[in-house]
Design a protein around this ligand. Structure first.
Ligand code: HEC
Ligand code: HEC
Length: 263
């Protein structure tokens, strides 16, 4: 699928700043961001965290997949009615297979609009500003209690602080990719259809209608989902999704500070 990216997104800000220096500064010169509905933004944020952040980053500013805050599609939507009506073709092709209804699209659209607004407000070189102040020793304790069942700072996370800076560490620990130890740990799936023998394998994709997997025996199988088809997923990152409901901001900052010390 084609990538749409634009560069000069931030030009208007530079221009505004320029005028502010030469003319009498005035609040009315600040670009007025399109309004968003906070309730919809929050719903969109949860959906984004679950379905998109692993590739596009927690704040939509990019990860293994493009920065959506600079996506023309998103910006176009932001300038319009902010309902995400143009999203479906993208969300059903390339790396995606999402089939959202009108309300779900609107929530995502509102969250993305909000993210663009937030980025514009804080300028082109935005980095999360709340990175400092983490307490590494508190992070070490938290790690011992919550992470050491799956990780070791002398094993898979050894020298992790050398590989990534604080911004990356924070994002990765919240929305991890499968990069440790060079091995890709993919989600396993078992499908049981009526009385037939269960089929197990590596998940290729899943949505409300179909599940596609690569069985151990080889090949790729797509099975339609129905109440008679039982699908069991085993995602090695499940532990992380559960942590999402438990982390406080402090926990995340402390963990970031701790992982940064792993040089
Ligand atoms: C498995 C990784 C992955 C996930 C999950 C994912 N994306 Fe993407 N997305 C990509 C990649 C890679 C691209 C670049 C184009 C391509 O290969 O499809 C992309 C492109 C896009 C684009 C077009 C960006 C542009 O360049 O204009 C949009 C919009 C988008 N994704 C939105 C989403 C939303 C919304 C979600 C969650 C509902 C999501 N993506 C989930 C990987 C992902
Ligand atoms: C239930 C097991 C489990 C728990 C608990 C767990 N993780 Fe992970 N974590 C994983 C798996 C699986 C991966 C992906 C490993 C791979 O790359 O093969 C991962 C990946 C990571 C990565 C690398 C992500 C990247 O993209 O660079 C970091 C950092 C990380 N975890 C930190 C933590 C921290 C901090 C905690 C505790 C707050 C934690 N994990 C708790 C299973 C777990």
């Amino acid at each position: 699928m084609r990538m749409h990216r634009i560069g000069p997104l931030f030009a208007p800000i530079g221009l505004a700043a320029f005028f502010c220096i030469c003319e009498i500064p005035s609040i009315s010169q600040a670009p007025v961001p399109p309004k968003t509905d906070p309730a919809l933004v929050e719903q969109g944020r949860s959906r984004f965290a679950k379905d998109c952040a692993s590739c596009h980053g927690a704040d939509a500013r990019g990860g293994s997949a493009p920065d959506l805050v600079r996506s023309v599609l998103v910006l176009h939507d932001r300038g319009g009615k902010k309902e995400g009506v143009e999203f479906p073709p993208v969300l059903k092709s390339g790396s995606h297979n999402f089939d959202y209804d009108k309300n779900q699209l609107k929530e995502l659209s509102q969250f993305l609009t909000y993210s663009v607004n937030a980025t514009l407000r804080s300028g082109p070189n935005t980095r999360p500003t709340n990175m400092q102040g983490g307490n590494a020793s508190a992070g070490a304790v938290y790690f011992q209690q919550n992470c050491s069942s799956c990780h070791s700072v002398t094993g898979d996370l050894a020298s992790y602080g050398k590989r990534f800076d604080a911004v990356n560490i924070q994002q990765r620990l919240v929305f991890p990719n499968r990069i440790l130890g060079g091995s890709k740990k993919k989600t396993q799936v078992t499908v049981v259809k009526g009385n037939a023998a269960p089929i197990s394998g590596t998940l290729v994709r899943i949505d409300d209608f179909d599940v596609t997997l690569a069985p151990v025996a080889g090949g790729v199988v797509t099975i339609s989902r129905s109440p008679k088809v039982k699908v069991t997923l085993d995602d090695p990152l499940k532990g992380h999704y559960e942590l999402l409901n438990r982390y406080t901001d402090d926990d995340i900052h402390n963990l970031t500070a701790y992982l940064e010390t792993l040089k």
